[in-house]
Design a protein around this ligand. Structure first.
Ligand code: NDP
Ligand code: 8X3
Length: 250
């Protein structure tokens, strides 16, 4: 039987690219996000290749998240693969001038949202004693860079949660992986800088990772043999050595 994957943050960037790669390989899809028009147009495009169901909810809203996943039709209830991808950075400010709203957004979406979605999906996996959870962390979960404070904290939390999941779900044979990208050219910087032109400069002067690069790695991870789990992957563009070292030709 074809596998079913639930992808959060499927309306843009890494999540949308992963939906495309999974569809190409016949994985059935539950695509989640808040922008209904985008969900509709992605569903329309991918339904030619695979079965698609969309869910519109904000991962910050605990009840909406649990209800949306509980509302899945019978054909989509057996989730084999969970891609916890929804998330963003909000702002890039020193700790003494950061905005409380930005901090709330990052902790509520990147950390608590991931937990709410996982809480809704994991019981089916433990019952069936199978499944694969991929959490999209970040190089920001492995190091801290200037003004990255709370975003880095949220991604360090994602890595800690990933390790905790891997331990607690080990008796059930469930794979848990973290894929941690460096700089990927998506809508990430538009969101971080709230539409300010600075966002355009983030990916200038070098070849950043593309969402498709990460999608292919995610697909590689979910297609390893049953005994192989890519527990933790760190992936940079060649031009990037760490969060603060990027070779740019400007
Ligand atoms: P995008 O901004 O392109 O995509 C973010 C996705 O998250 C969108 O589909 C958005 O959907 C969804 N999302 C955001 N907030 C919420 C919310 N409250 N509820 C539900 N869905 C939400 O960014 P990326 O593709 O780059 O980011 C995806 C993941 O990759 C994030 O976790 C990010 O931290 C991580 N990452 C990104 C890197 C980069 O350089 N781009 C590097 C390392 C990690 P919608 O607005 O429709 O709800
Ligand atoms: C996104 C990469 O370097 O902007 O997680 O934090 S970075």
């Amino acid at each position: 039987m074809d596998k079913i994957a639930l992808i959060t943050g499927a309306t843009s960037g890494i999540g949308r690219a992963t939906a495309h790669v999974f569809a190409k390989h016949g994985i059935n899809l539950i695509l989640c996000g808040r922008r209904q028009q985008r969900l509709d147009s992605i569903e329309k495009a991918l339904s030619r290749e695979t079965d698609v169901h969309t869910l519109n909810f904000d991962v910050r809203d605990r009840e909406a998240t649990l209800n949306a996943i509980a509302s899945l039709p019978e054909d989509f209830k057996t989730i084999d693969i969970l891609i916890n991808n929804a998330g963003n950075a909000h702002g890039l400010d020193p700790i003494h001038s950061g905005s409380l709203d930005d901090w709330d957004a990052m902790m509520d979406i990147n950390v608590k949202g991931l937990l709410y979605v996982s809480k809704a999906v994991i019981p089916g996996m433990t019952e069936r004693q199978s499944g694969h959870i991929i959490n999209i962390g970040s190089s920001a979960g492995k190091e801290v860079y200037p003004k990255g404070n709370v975003y880095c904290a949220s991604k360090h939390a994602v890595l800690a949660i990933t390790e905790g999941m891997r331990i607690d779900l080990n008796p059930y044979g469930i794979k848990v992986s973290a894929i941690n990208p460096g700089l990927v050219e998506t809508e990430f910087s538009e969101v971080r800088f709230k539409g300010n032109d600075i966002a355009d400069d983030v990916y200038k002067g070098y070849k950043a990772l593309q969402a498709e690069d990460i999608a292919e790695i995610i697909h590689f991870a979910v297609t390893r043999p049953a005994h192989v789990n890519l527990a933790d992957v760190l992936v940079f563009p060649t031009a990037q050595a760490n969060s603060t070292t990027v070779k740019k030709d400007l």
